[in-house]
Design a binder for this molecule. Structure first.
Ligand code: 3NM
Ligand code: MG
Length: 527
């Protein structure tokens, strides 16, 4: 017998105690396989060996029917008795070496790991895969600490790219955080999770088949995003292939021309206050806005638009639903998302919504003021990278008055794997590697509503025509509106915020490619 090839994509780990009361555990297993589960582990901590064997035989009959491997948790006697395809052991169970000796070379063997050291040991000890956890707080197990996507990444990064060892993440994995876990844990040298291991998310679900379908779909999307976006674009894999800041600035005249030639359509889910201004600013710049806050048409729209703005300024339930739908479909369609976490720190609801959006999708560009970016830093600021964590703490202690704003922006960008733009008197943009300060702009921009939201729109229009460099799009969007602000603010017929508001739209329309080149005050910052 040869070792079966295993698809780890969605790995069901059972727990009778958490099984939904409407069906038997065996039924849950079958439903989940019908929904796309690719691997099953029978984990029964409270059964004695004879009862465990009895249940294992029943489950094995089902998994064999669908050709899905079955692994037995901890109890090797059960694994051998029913001739399961393999076993999973914890750090406190029998050792990996001992388990391998008992199972022989052709069975699948996995071990739970929570640190880079444990992962390296598992590799040396002959495990086929490691379960990396605990990722998030979960009722199923009460860990002392959780890894989060970045703790998972720290473990992935010690596994050599060419190694055969497979990896799955476990602990609190649900369909609405799968994408983020997979994209954000992607290692700098290209390791991406091979799968997600799930207990409650499947056995506890009302419908195990539907839950498994969703998990598989989210895993596949996350994996594809991690492969293309992170590995090739954002993460360091082609870090050296990024255009220099100088070359980025030189590309702006052409970028503006391209924007105006293509007039890309941007789906805005924005707020009541600024909708009209952002739509007009988008038109004036040369793009096309569609302001559609209904979740029902979000999927259809995702196919025809070129970019998406998610602005949480109006937080009714229907707007939030639409943001999730639009965001998820934008990811699927590979359309860039600009996330504008308006007032993120102001209320619990806004902070929670921000967290949920970051969890549910990959946002390409985050644009916010200092307070909003500091809230995001707080939300994501528990990881393993020392420099990043220090920069984040700097935010916490200083509120929105940063001692080193560029370092914060760069740290958040690198951690999120997104471009981060922080607007203020001076604007900062970073993709985690290239970081700039933009000194253009006019004080009147701070005296009308929606100037920040209009910047998000401009970034989204540029992102649509700069698919491979969202950093360039973010800098171009900010610069374009800041130049228009300068032009409008210094006009003789502008006497205050009211006249400025109208002149601002005019000057966005009047902006030329040459202005972008000749008047830019964009400085590279080495953090
Ligand atoms: N092992 P749920 S966490 C079985 O950290 C298990 O090794 C973990 O359950 C580890 O999907 C865990 O319900 C429970 O959160 C995961
Ligand atoms: Mg475990």
């Amino acid at each position: 017998m040869v070792k079966p090839t295993v698809d780890y994509s969605v790995y069901l780990v059972t727990d009778s105690g958490l099984n939904h009361p409407s069906r038997t555990l065996v039924q849950s297993v079958e439903d989940s396989i019908l929904g796309g589960v690719t691997l099953v582990q029978l984990r029964e901590k409270d059964l004695d060996t004879p009862a465990f064997i009895d249940l294992a035989r029943k489950v094995h009959a089902v998994t064999k029917k669908y050709n899905v491997p079955l692994l037995i948790n901890d109890n090797l006697e059960v694994a051998l008795a029913i001739d399961a395809e393999g076993a999973h052991v914890g750090q406190d169970d029998i050792t990996c070496v001992e388990a391998r000796r008992m199972l022989g070379p052709n069975k699948i063997l996995g071990i739970s790991t929570g640190t880079p050291e444990e992962a390296q040991k598992a590799l040396a000890d002959g495990a086929d895969y490691i379960g990396i956890g605990t990722c998030f707080m979960t009722q199923t197990k009460s860990p002392k600490r959780t890894l989060g996507p970045l703790g998972v990444r720290a473990i992935l990064e010690v596994i050599p790219a060419e190694s055969e060892l497979k990896t799955v993440v476990i602990g609190g994995i649900k369909h609405d955080n799968t994408r983020r876990v997979v994209t954000h844990s992607a290692g700098a040298h290209g390791r991406i999770l091979d799968g997600i291991a799930v207990v409650t998310g499947i056995v506890g679900a009302q419908d195990a088949k539907v839950a498994s379908e969703q998990l598989l779909s989210e895993f596949r999307i996350g994996h594809a995003l991690a492969t293309t976006k992170h590995q090739n674009n954002i993460r360091g894999a082609v870090q050296d292939g990024r255009a220099s800041v100088e070359d980025v600035i030189k590309s702006f005249p052409q970028l503006l021309t391209t924007l105006r030639e293509n007039s890309p359509l941007t789906h805005h889910i924005s707020n009541y206050v600024v909708m009209n201004d952002t739509a007009n600013a988008t038109l004036a710049l040369g793009g096309s806005p569609i302001m559609a806050p209904s979740a029902v048409e979000a999927e259809d729209l995702s196919k025809v638009v070129s970019s998406v703005v998610l602005n949480i300024g109006t937080l009714t339930e229907s707007f939030v639903d639409c943001m999730y739908e639009a965001g998820k479909h934008a990811n699927t369609q590979n359309k860039p998302i600009v996330f504008d976490p308006v007032g993120a720190g102001a209320t619990k609801l806004r902070e929670e919504t921000t967290r949920k959006i970051l969890n549910a999708m990959h946002v390409d560009i985050i644009k916010g003021n200092a307070g909003e970016i500091s809230t995001i830093a707080k939300i994501i600021g528990s990881g393993n990278d020392q420099t990043e964590t220090i920069a984040m703490r700097g935010v916490d202690s200083l509120g929105s008055g940063f001692s080193n704003p560029a370092a914060v922006v760069q740290a958040v960008a690198r951690r999120e794997g997104s471009v981060v733009a922080m607007t203020g008197v001076i604007d900062y943009v970073s993709d985690g590697f290239r970081t700039v300060a933009i000194e253009n702009g006019h004080a009147y921009q701070g005296r009308i509503t929606g100037s920040g939201c209009m910047i998000a729109s401009a970034i989204a229009s540029f992102a649509a025509v700069s698919p491979n460099d969202h950093f360039a799009a973010a800098v171009a969007g900010i610069l374009a509106l800041n130049l228009a602000g300068e032009h409008a603010g210094t006009r003789a017929d502008v006497h205050g915020p009211g006249t400025f508001r109208a002149a601002f739209i005019d000057e966005i329309a009047n902006l030329t490619p040459q202005h972008m080149l000749n008047e830019a005050r964009v400085k590279t910052i080495i953090v």
